[in-house]
Each structure stands twice: as structure tokens, then as C-alpha cells.
Ligand binder design. Structure first.
Ligand code: GTP
Ligand code: MG
Ligand code: NA
Length: 459
């Protein structure tokens, strides 16, 4: 391995934007994957992660890299995909806070939408620098879109004058103007003089691949520059991370998929996990790395065992007692003498993320802390009272608990459950106590179905 670059930190790039503006499809184009097409309801509902190695970036950028006046020294980019649906504010905030740099994806034809504005405000709050990927340029009337650098396709030879005019209008009206209104100077990236003062806009098409080299070149160049400016290039200390998913793996038992956003994780060190009412300390049995360009949530390939993982990276961790942990929880991977410090850190983080509940109401369940929070927020917005919010499958105990809620108010005899299972033992109890269980893998459908049921019951 290249010793010189061993401690060079891989920048975290968060992809944010309004629902369906093309975040996942854009990453699919870069990775040559098809994640977007397999998502329930066509929307992203979790945080995803994938690594783009530097050689892939260099290959895709080709001669464009000469536009950067520096050599790329970063080992690659760790890209975090986030959901654009309004329910997932907490995941966008988490992604925005983790990131060194962000890509704000905006459909150039639709322009700024509520979650675009929300994303800009999150980035402003976190002081995260960002570029804009002005997506779906292939849909500009008359635009002749083709794979490769945008900059080579943006001239009178390649485009009809009307298409160029239409492009300029959309670029200004739908992207530059709304950014100005939010207090940001912005321009087409090739016209930007000072990247620290003006937001760079890179026109792209996630469908044709046009502009992907320009986007990668700018993001890699800027990420390196910002990291250098902040002297954050070297990785030191123990690993800090967050759990994306808890998964059964053949031969390994229960494992967690996590993002390590800072520090170094070592096999044999102690894994400290902050749980809602507890802290778990266990020993790391194995660290496994996903293949480059694989989306961790939907990998094409097997994970590879390693002794050490340096931030930023996605990693699968095997350790005893992981069946107790839940997605969304904070983690640390530390040597023995740092366990107490790590415990305090994760407990503080968990406390800050707790969901508030009402004196009376329904029970809600979800697969991760992030989706539970999203579900709670969406139900609240619809005026629904929540007595208890928990991560996990629907159990017999849940049904018996809700049966007691129902006695004081029939409309509270319900469970709203996102992306979990109803355990077989619970099924009989559901019938016995006549409990209404709403189960779906699309958050907004759950909220709709539940509020419709309440309306009918009230009539
Ligand atoms: P959420 O994660 O749910 O917020 O959506 P997203 O931003 O990840 O968008 P997604 O990748 O799911 O794409 C939404 C739709 O837009 C899909 O039907 C894509 O095929 C389509 N789409 C994405 N990018 C482009 C593009 O550049 N051109 C065209 N024509 N369609 C696109
Ligand atoms: Mg998506
Ligand atoms: Na989508």
C-alpha cells in the first residue's frame, strides 16, 4: 500500500436535495449501480454510503483534471446519499453535519423546492461548503445531451442557440436567483473566479452522464482544498461513527453497517454503542470493508476483512451482543483506556436525539432511529398523539400495551409501524384485542392510512 497516503483522510460528501431531483440516480450513474430503481415507492428512506476511489475519479475526469491547479491527494470520496422526502429532515441534518462538503442536487427545470431550501439552511448552519448539481439538463427543450464533460458540450457547435438560451434562463431563474435570495453568490462553475466566495453550479444529467466528470472534478478539488484549509487532512484518534443498519450475516451472526466519520477503527478494540436506555461495550471481532463503488445498503459484492479502517469509510462490524443495538445509534471504537470517555460521548448524543412522547396516544415502531424520528414528526404534523416510539418489530408485548391504551380511547388502539415485521406471536393477540396495525414501507402512506382511519372512526 501507498505509505505516504496512509493517513490522508477521505472526505465525506453528502448529497442533499428535494425529493426526486435525482440524487440516487446521479450516484447510480457514477457507480454503475441501479439502487434508485429498487427503492420502495421510488423514494430513498435511509442514509446510504459508498466509496468512490481516487483512480475512478481520475479516470472519469480525464483531461478535465487539468482545470484544477493542484494534484489530487485524497484517497477518494465517501459519498452519503440522503432522502429528499420531507419526512426525513433528521437524516438530512445528520448527513449535512457529517459532511466535509455537500452536493445540492436541484432539478434545473423545477428549480428550488421546500427541501432544497431546507438543505441550504442545514448547510449554512453546519458551515458545510457545497456545490450545486443542476440536474436533468437532458430535459431542457432542444438540449443535445451526451455522456462526458459538460464543458465540452456547452457551445454553439453542440447546441442549438434556442437550447443555449433556454439553459441560461433556467440556470438563472431556477438556481442562481433563488440562491441569491438565500444570501449566496452563485454561478456556472466555469465562470467562478473565487470558489470560496461563489457557489459553483455544475450542470449534469444523471441519465446521460453529461457533467459527471465536471462534478467529480469540482467536488474532489474543493473537498481537498477545504480539508487542507481546515488542517483536517490527517486522521488521528479513535473511531467515531454512526450505525446505518443492523444485519444478520451467515457465519458472523448479527453485524452492524456503520459510517466511520472520524478516527481509526482497529480490530480487537472495544466497540461502544449508545442505546436509548443503555450503553453497550463489546469487543470488535471483525471489520469488513465494502467493495469500492458499492452502495452499502444494497451491495453487489462481498465485504472484505481488514485489520484497520481509517475515516471516512463505510464498514461492517462483527462483535458479540449486537442483537441489542439499533440503527441510528452513535458508536465509538476505542482502546481499553478510552472506554469511559467514549461512553460519556455516546450517552450525550443519544440524549440529544430522544423523541418526545405525549401522555396518551398510539404506539409507533420503525426500523431505525432516523426513520422513527421521521415517522414521529410526520404523524405530529398530522395532529397525531404518540404515547410510545420504539425501534423494532411488532411484538406480543406491544399489542398488550396498546390494548390498555385502547381502553381509555378507542382511537389509541393502534400501532403505526414502518419497515418492520409483525412477529407471529403478536398476530393472535392483534385479533384477540382487535388492535389496528398499520404496516408499510413508505412513510407518507402510513400517515395517510392512519389519518384516514381516524377520520372514518370519528364519523
Ligand atoms: P429521493 O431520494 O426520493 O429524494 O429522490 P432522488 O433525489 O434520489 O431521485 P431519484 O434518483 O429517485 O430520481 C427520481 C426520478 O428522476 C427517477 O425517475 C429518475 O429516473 C429521474 N431522473 C433522475 N435524474 C434524471 C436526469 O438527469 N434526467 C432525467 N430525464 N430523469 C432523471
Ligand atoms: Mg434517492
Ligand atoms: Na426518488
Amino acid at each position: 500500500k501507498d505509505n505516504k497516503n496512509q493517513n490522508l483522510r477521505c472526505p465525506i460528501v453528502c448529497v442533499l436535495g428535494h425529493v426526486d431531483h435525482g440524487k440516487t440516480t446521479l450516484l447510480d450513474k457514477i457507480r454503475k449501480t441501479r439502487v434508485a430503481k429498487r427503492e420502495a415507492g421510488g423514494i430513498t428512506q435511509h442514509i446510504g454510503a459508498s466509496e468512490i476511489p481516487i483512480d475512478v475519479i481520475k479516470r472519469l475526469c480525464g483531461d478535465l483534471l487539468k482545470m484544477l491547479k493542484a494534484d489530487l491527494k485524497i484517497p477518494g470520496l465517501l459519498v452519503i446519499d440522503t432522502p429528499g422526502h420531507e419526512a426525513f429532515t433528521s437524516l438530512r441534518k445528520r448527513g449535512g453535519a457529517l459532511a466535509d462538503i455537500a452536493i445540492l442536487v436541484v432539478d434545473i427545470n423545477e428549480g428550488f423546492k421546500p427541501q432544497t431550501v431546507e438543505a441550504v439552511n442545514i448547510l449554512r448552519q453546519c458551515k458545510t461548503p457545497f456545490v450545486v448539481a443542476a440536474n436533468k439538463i437532458d430535459l431542457i427543450p432542444g438540449w443535445n445531451s451526451k455522456e462526458g464533460p459538460f464543458i465540452l458540450n456547452f457551445n454553439e457547435k453542440a447546441q442549438h442557440p434556442n437550447a443555449l438560451t433556454e439553459f441560461e434562463i433556467r440556470l438563472y431563474e431556477n438556481i442562481i436567483k433563488p440562491l441569491n435570495e438565500l444570501g449566496f453568490d452563485a454561478d456556472l462553475y466555469s465562470r467562478v473566479q473565487d470558489v470560496t466566495k461563489t457557489v459553483c453550479i455544475i450542470p449534469v444529467s444523471a441519465v446521460t452522464g453529461e457533467g459527471v466528470p465536471d462534478l467529480l472534478m469540482m467536488v474532489a478539488g474543493l473537498a481537498q482544498k477545504f480539508l487542507e484549509d481546515r488542517l483536517k487532512l490527517n486522521v488521528e484518534g479513535y473511531a467515531k461513527g454512526t450505525i446505518l443498519e443492523v444485519k444478520e450475516e451467515k457465519g458472523l451472526g448479527t453485524t452492524i453497517d456503520a459510517i466511520i466519520y472520524d478516527g481509526i477503527a482497529k480490530r480487537g478494540d472495544y466497540l461502544v454503542v449508545g442505546l436509548p436506555d443503555d450503553v453497550l461495550v463489546t469487543r470488535v471481532k471483525a471489520l469488513l470493508k465494502p467493495k469500492p463503488l458499492d452502495e452499502m445498503r444494497d451491495p453487489r459484492d462481498k465485504f472484505k476483512p481488514v485489520n484497520e479502517v481509517t475515516a471516512a469509510a463505510g464498514v461492517k462490524i462483527a462483535a458479540p451482543e449486537l442483537d441489542k443495538v439499533i440503527a441510528g445509534c452513535p458508536i465509538r471504537i476505542v482502546p481499553k483506556d478510552k472506554i469511559e470517555e467514549a461512553k460519556e460521548e455516546v450517552m450525550r448524543e443519544v440524549e440529544e436525539a430522544k423523541i418526545e412522547v405525549d401522555d396518551e396516544g398510539i404506539l409507533i415502531k420503525a426500523d431505525t432511529l432516523g426513520s422513527l424520528e421521521a415517522l414521529a414528526n410526520e404523524l405530529r404534523k398530522a395532529g397525531v398523539k404518540i404515547k410510545k416510539a420504539e425501534v423494532g418489530d411488532v411484538t406480543k408485548k406491544d399489542i398488550i400495551e396498546v390494548a390498555s391504551y385502547k381502553q381509555s380511547n378507542p382511537l389509541h388502539g393502534a400501532i403505526v409501524a414502518f419497515n418492520v415485521k409483525i412477529l407471529p406471536e403478536a398476530q393472535k393477540e392483534i385479533e384477540k384485542y382487535d388492535i389496528k396495525v398499520f404496516l408499510d414501507n413508505i412513510i407518507y402512506k402510513l400517515v395517510e392510512d392512519f389519518t384516514e382511519w381516524v377520520k372514518k372512526e370519528e364519523e
